[in-house]
Design a protein around this ligand. Structure first.
Ligand code: NOJ
Length: 563
């Protein structure tokens, strides 16, 4: 086992726009986060991953950056940011910043220069191509609907944007672009930050020639992932970044990497040769979508627990002793875990705790997304007018306005999958706007805030919050939880997810009921032990009860130490 501070940490993700508004403009901000640092300290997390706070026209809420070295005025100033960093470090909390360098904003000075003329020295900072047969240079679809190419009248060429037209892709083939990125990384690292979360970092190398996506279906635009995910020069670019920047600092780096297999992940996170500490894999995020869909957000599919087991077990096994996992069920682009994998009705509290046990008991670094620690749920706004996310709004335009689907057909998908599920304001108390703002929030608060909020959680010793806190403390006290090897039990069981974690002579048994039913847990015969001690559970447990065959309660979770 190789130790590293980022393996032993729990990361808390903040989406600043929705976290806490200190000045009543309806938008969360840095001073708001500063106010809540003691709350996060009480939870016990070690690291904050802060979604982008840089200057941005906010076409995609900060993932479209127009100045990498300044703070978005809505969020505050560089001085506020310095205060935040100092306040975190004083409390022993590390800061991981979001690094968004697959693309910039179209309002970034590099792009303004680049589009000004074909002869601009910045032209080659982006991916420009002449029209092909009077149309786009290839058939790739953007992640936010429509073509991934935008025609620019001024110079008669198209530029590539894998996301919105206001997010032109940088051309990583250009060494000057890479130099700029390394410089801006050092700008923040030299201010004392503790790492980067790298936005869609496995999209930076595209297949030379930018060929059409295949197979071509009746849709004009196709998902081109085969030509921009894990591309031919990805590892080379990251090795260069490691030599120029990463190797000089003791930092946490996590790559957001859609479409990675465990083999890719090993290349990226191998303890010797990899450039990154860990990556976010997406396989379990596609479980509840039709397999052929490029985006998991367009369809809903019933999933089976055995499928989740196969995915997670493969990741646990393949990275063991070589790379490192990050473990998450939710973030700012995913639905709320309790609505997606648990029960946001009668068993909300039990299932939120069960899922938390799952995340914290796997091998890897756990990530907690704001609000998860109080069991916040998805939202179901009645009309599309209450949604704010560019991806959701574009999907609605495409499917309803252009392709003629009825709103009644699309809204259930929006309710289940919209990124806005994660972006309704943090629910601090039962007062107006859930205590998020004294003004009008930029997006409506989930109406369930009167029951689900931080104030309530802190007042209830049995709350989801205190359960998370206990899990985090257990992880710190027991190296087996961080480093132990994972072994799956009951492979074929569709209700119970059970596994062991083993480090030398220390062994834990984790039993999780993923259903609202009462299945019977039968201990596999080959698991030998003479004694057991309960470490944590989400129901009162009679410790004298033998493990051999026991009936689990809905969404029950138990962790035992076996001796
Ligand atoms: C992935 C991020 O998680 C998402 O929020 C963003 O819209 C895209 N990358 C584009 O930056």
């Amino acid at each position: 086992m190789k130790r590293a501070w980022w393996k032993e940490s729990v990361v808390y993700q903040i989406y600043p726009r929705s976290f806490c508004d200190s000045n009543g403009d309806g938008v969360g901000d840095l001073q708001g986060i500063i106010r809540k640092l003691d709350y996060l300290k009480e939870l016990g997390i070690d690291v904050i991953w802060l979604c982008p706070v840089y200057r941005s026209p906010n076409d995609d809420n900060g993932y479209d950056i127009s100045d990498y070295r300044d703070i978005m005025p809505e969020f505050g100033t560089l001085a506020d940011w310095e205060e935040l960093l100092a306040g975190m470090h004083r409390r022993g909390i590390n800061l991981v910043m979001d690094l968004v360098v697959n693309h910039t904003s179209d309002e970034h000075p590099w792009f303004i220069e680049s589009r000004s003329s074909q002869d601009s020295p910045y032209r080659d900072y982006y991916v420009w191509r002449p029209p092909k047969d009077g149309r786009e240079p290839n058939n790739w679809v953007s992640h936010f609907s429509g073509s991934a190419w935008q025609y620019d009248e001024a110079t008669g060429e198209y530029y590539l944007h894998l996301f919105s037209p206001k997010q032109p892709d940088l051309n990583w083939e250009n060494a000057a672009v890479r130099r700029e990125v390394y410089d801006l990384m050092c700008f923040w690292l030299d201010k004392g930050i503790d790492g980067f979360r790298m936005d869609v970092i496995n999209m930076i190398s595209k297949t030379p020639g930018l060929p059409d996506a295949t197979p071509v279906t009746s849709d004009r635009y196709q998902y081109g992932g085969e030509h921009f995910l894990n591309g031919p020069r990805l590892l080379e670019f990251l090795a260069e970044m490691k030599a120029e920047v990463l190797s000089k600092y003791d930092i946490l780096t996590v790559g957001e990497t859609p479409g990675v297999t465990t083999q890719h992940a090993l290349g990226l996170t191998d303890a010797q040769d990899g450039a990154l500490s860990m990556v976010f894999q997406f396989e379990h995020m596609h479980l509840d979508a039709a397999p052929e869909a490029g985006s998991s957000r367009r369809t809903i599919r019933k999933w089976r627990l055995t499928e989740l087991k196969q995915i997670m077990s493969r990741w646990q096994r393949d990275l063991e002793g070589r790379g490192w996992n990050s473990i998450y069920l939710g973030n700012h682009v995913q639905p709320r875990p309790v609505s997606r994998f648990g029960d946001d009705g009668p068993y909300r509290v039990e299932s939120a705790k069960m899922l938390a046990t799952f995340v914290h008991m796997l091998q890897g670094t756990p990530y907690v997304y704001q609000g998860e620690e109080i069991g916040m749920t998805n939202v179901a706004f009645e009309t599309i007018d209450d949604y704010r996310d560019i991806q959701t709004l574009n999907l609605y335009r495409e499917m309803v306005d252009e392709k003629g689907l009825s709103p009644e057909e699309l809204m259930p998908i929006v309710h289940a999958k919209s990124r806005d599920n994660a972006r309704t304001p943090m629910q601090w108390d039962a007062g107006p706007n859930a205590g998020f703002t004294t003004g009008t929030p930029w997006i409506k608060v989930n109406p369930n805030y009167t029951e689900i909020n931080v104030e309530q959680s802190l007042a209830d010793p049995n709350s989801v919050f205190y359960y998370y806190r206990e899990l985090i403390q257990l992880r710190k006290a027991n190296p087996v939880i961080v480093h132990g090897a994972y072994d799956l039990l009951l492979d074929d069981d569709e209700a119970i997810y059970a596994f062991t974690r083993t480090l030398a002579h220390d062994r834990l048994l984790i039993i999780l009921n993923f259903t609202g039913d009462t299945p019977v847990f039968s201990l596999p015969g080959d698991l030998k032990f003479s004694g057991k001690a309960l470490l944590i559970s989400n129901y009162p447990v009679d410790e004298a009860q033998p493990l051999r065959a026991m009936t689990l309660r809905p969404y029950e979770a138990r962790v035992y130490r076996l001796t």
